[in-house]
Design a protein around this ligand. Sequence first.
Ligand SMILES: [Zn+2]
Length: 353
Amino acid sequence: MRRRDLLEGSVAAAAAGVFPDTLSHRSSLPPGTPIGEPVELYPEAYQIRSLLGKRNLLQYLLVGDAVVLFDTGIALTPQTTIFPCMKKLGLRPEQITLAVNSHADGDHQGGNFALKQASPRTLLACGVGDQAMIEDPQVLWDFRYNFLQSDYGVGIEPTPSPDAGKAQKIDLCFLGNERIRVRKDWEVEVLHVPGHSRGQLTFYDRQHRTAFVADAVHGRGCPKAAGGMALPVTYYYVDVYLSTLNLLANLEIDTLYTAHWPIMRGGEIQDFLAASRQTVQIFDEVLLASLRRQASGLTMAELIEAIGGAFSDWPKDTLIFSMFSVKGHLDRLEEWGKVRLVRDTRPFRWIAA
Ligand SMILES: [Zn+2]
């Protein structure tokens, strides 16, 4: 694929893609898949499921003396999915004590405004490192999705998608290691698991030997609900991502709940973490080998294309979203003295050192 095609692909992906209509792809699900039905994972812990394009979009609800929601979905998710699910459990939106955004992304925070409208006394929370991007979709767009635009020539459309919701202030921020008492005999620990974002959070339920990690771990990409890949990996801070993988590998858990991947149990969890580590390794190898083959250096768009060659199951129209991991790896390779960033013309390019 030529660079121009890749950039045009990015526009198509942005228009069709990061936050497509939650409801329009229901028919692509396997028959009998409950959508809009809360699924009880273990007593009083529920998974709430809808679709975001062809991907699963999952929130979690813990119901005790406090009602704790993990992620708010896109702008419409509270009205279309979360509240109807709660109604089936005999709960009203105003009963949500605390809603925690796992991290800064439109599909995890977009419902904040709608939730506050329906339940002004619900406390909204997130990781302190993600607060500014979670409170304002324009900040999210400028500093998370388009921060490579001017120097590296890659990005998405400049205006936030309506799916990312309206600006909404956060009530409290977590640094990690806090505990939330859901009921007098049930608490969950908040863990700081950066990598995909700076402030990403996980809920660790030690008592039930489970963790709710949202998008903290990426395997070798984000799957479609019906199978096959939907998106490349999108972690950014490589070293802290590896630390997060180690942290999760050492948790005593039997089940792992994410925001887009299937439920994982036992050995599947270690396999997922191993695939994540292997992906990190492949990125380093492919990026370095590509730069060593091209003495004049390569731009971000050309390196994205090279990574796409190594992960042939990633759809071409979403390949642009590997830009975050590509940049994270190149920053790290630069720190190691293995590559050099050349800033004399835009887009910038890297050269093997
Ligand atoms: Zn997500």
